[in-house]
Design a protein around this ligand. Sequence first.
Ligand SMILES: Cc1cc2nc3c(=O)[nH]c(=O)nc-3n(C[C@H](O)[C@H](O)[C@H](O)COP(=O)(O)OP(=O)(O)OC[C@H]3O[C@@H](n4cnc5c(N)ncnc54)[C@H](O)[C@@H]3O)c2cc1C
Length: 322
Amino acid sequence: MHHKDIVIIGGGPIGIACALECKKRNWDYVVVEKGALTNSLYNYPKNMTFFSTSEKLEIDEIPFISNNPKPNRDEALEYYRRVATSNQLHINLYETVKQISKSNDEFNVSTNKDNYQSKNVIICTGFYDIPKLLNVPGETLPKVTHYYKEAHPYAMQNVVVVGASNSAVDAALEIWRKGGNVTMVVRGETIGERVKYWVRPDILNRIEEGSIKAFFNSEILKIDPYTVTIQTPKAPITIPNDYVVALTGYLPNFEFLEQSGISLSNSNVKKPTYNPETMESNIKGLYLAGVICGGKETHKWFIENSRVHAKLIVSHIETKSS
Ligand SMILES: Cc1cc2nc3c(=O)[nH]c(=O)nc-3n(C[C@H](O)[C@H](O)[C@H](O)COP(=O)(O)OP(=O)(O)OC[C@H]3O[C@@H](n4cnc5c(N)ncnc54)[C@H](O)[C@@H]3O)c2cc1C
């Protein structure tokens, strides 16, 4: 059992920002991260480019220098890695928090490796670990993935990309440019309105000219080893298929939040309860930071606008202890 001033759960950009604030105050803190450092970013597509410019991804005003205005994944990994190592932040990697319980004003944070006791806990566990499933027969076949990494394996293959958001559009374009035969299956009637403004015309034009096929107002009905059946507005159709890349979004771990005592809004959004001025949840001493604050609205908070959560939280803890 370790006693800490603060336990930070999640070593993403926002967990690192929280650690930097604790370090400045000489507090005894630890970040517990279940995977590699910035594990979500590590799992993003290899060739992805952020929509934010590099200075918007900086934490604690530590300069982020990138070759182009909008950095890529490798540059972001390099940046956050350098921030963590050069500041000698206390981050325990490959350690998963299993449970948070509270008794006598103290939290007990138990992991697969250890136990920590602390009066303050910050949950910044993100949303990238639980994909929104299609819930159709065949979804567990090895040819189906909910995470897109790179285009090469899909060259000269029949690939269905499900979804119409930034991730789906980027994957569809990249796979098509590397020689894949791409069909998009889109539930709505058009490509997502939030798709990056410089990418949207590209995908619309590729669909218009027929390079990429797209079925709108359509859903996957079932996936078989060599085909996919799609419910289109007219009738179900079955097309030859080698791979399905289902990029329909991800969800925060609501079960973990609820087990920790955090109440969620009754609406479909399942927004966790917190005070936006302090980021303290309905449980005293238990804070929320980063993208998890949006519940199912995972587009609401991102690095750019949630890095401020770190300062809000530590200022509140400081006020309590002064
Ligand atoms: C393709 C893509 C492009 C994006 N581009 C941008 C952009 O340009 N600009 C921008 O601002 N945002 C962008 N975002 C969003 C941004 O990456 C996220 O908002 C950001 O990662 C949020 O940081 P976070 O620290 O809150 O969560 P995360 O980065 O998701 O970090 C959470 C961490 O918690 C860990 N964790 C989870 N559960 C546990 C547990 N039980 N125990 C221990 N550790 C745990 C995870 O492994 C993870 O490392 C993009 C997202 C995607 C998917």
